[in-house]
Design a protein. Structure first.
Ligand SMILES: [Zn+2]
Length: 330
């Protein structure tokens, strides 16, 4: 039997917020809910509907514009095939869905384990460039606990990947926390560092509203490569060609919105692990490619991780080794 744990109450002016402690049961949506928007890179209009899904289903995309059985795309690190400016998934039949990271971050932030995402195009709508609209959708749909234990991936030893001056690492921790450092020549960004303990339900207030960002002079180059065709001041923070000024009339949502968005991207990319992580992530200038390489390095070393029924935010619960099972798959 499912139990409602979060739902927008009739007449309530604000949706229920995430609890301070993470649940120990798997969670899905109470009901289906959808939205329509444009793809950041494709510029195409897309409609997306999030559906409840059975326990142990995981997060799955379904391209409803493609006939036949090849339209399911698991939200899984091994399905990531393109990391230029976004995380794009591709299934064995070559069907793709791009820019999944902000939606994945919202699902991670709301501790949603199981969800079927119907989409009628190749890219998740960008909405306002942050995870906040997806968080709102999930809160409006409501969340139910399921009759199956939640399972985390516990990091057992340090795993690090480097690509030039880009570095990302995972280290053991009793919760899930992220530290990120960026360093841009643009004085509008320059050096920013941010740490957040996400086990404490801080995703919504600290991270979710941070928007993606770009530089005015990059736009034509990106568009020549088929990217950023839907990008505008409505869905991104844009910095002018001198690198000194934010072009958006309303300015920034957080003083350090840029690094917070990099945290948001990392949270979404890491949720492609297939379960919440019990570990500390540290990124230095890392992006979608290095984040995915980090998951590949983690799962390539079977001594680096194990399943745990202690989930982020429930650190007081006893650690119980999960039964032996094949490597995370879907
Ligand atoms: Zn992003």
């Amino acid at each position: 039997m499912n139990k409602i744990v979060s739902q927008l109450r009739p007449g309530s002016s604000s949706p229920a917020t995430m609890s301070d402690t993470a649940p120990v049961s798997q969670r899905t949506l109470k009901t289906s809910i959808g939205c329509t928007g444009i793809g950041l890179h494709s510029g195409a209009k897309v409609t997306m509907v999030l559906h409840p899904a059975d326990h142990d289903t995981g997060i799955r995309f379904r391209r409803i514009d493609i006939a036949g059985g090849g339209a399911i795309i698991p939200a899984h690190w091994a399905s990531v095939h393109d990391t230029r400016m976004n995380s794009c998934l591709r299934n064995d039949d070559g069907v793709v869905v791009g820019t999944v990271e902000h939606l994945m971050a919202a699902l991670a932030g709301m501790n949603i384990d199981n969800c079927l995402i119907d989409i009628n195009g190749p890219e998740v709508p960008v909405m306002d460039g942050s995870a906040a609209p997806f968080l709102f959708l999930i809160e409006c749909a409501g969340v139910v606990e399921q009759d199956a234990p939640r399972r985390a991936i516990k990091v057992l030893k340090r795993v690090v990947v480097k690509d030039g001056d880009r570095v990302a690492s995972l280290t053991p921790s009793s919760g899930f926390s992220v530290r990120f450092e960026i360093d841009f020549a643009s004085t509008a960004i320059s050096r920013q560092e941010f740490f957040v303990n996400l086990s404490r339900g801080t995703f919504k207030s600290e991270i979710s509203r941070a928007r993606t960002f770009g530089f005015e002079q990059e736009v034509s180059m990106l568009r020549a490569h088929g990217l950023a065709r839907g990008g505008s001041l409505d869905n991104a923070v844009v910095i002018d060609s001198t690198g000194t000024r934010v072009l958006n009339d309303d300015g920034l949502r957080y003083g350090d919105e840029f690094v917070r968005h990099k945290v948001l991207d990392a949270v979404g990319d890491l949720y492609l692990a297939g379960a919440p992580l019990l570990g500390h992530f540290h990124g230095v200038r890392s992006g979608h490619a290095v984040n995915n390489q980090l998951l590949r390095a983690l799962f390539a070393d079977q001594t680096a991780w194990t399943y745990s029924t202690t989930t982020p935010g429930s650190a007081a619960a006893p650690f119980i080794a999960a039964p032996a099972r094949a490597v995370v798959n879907g």
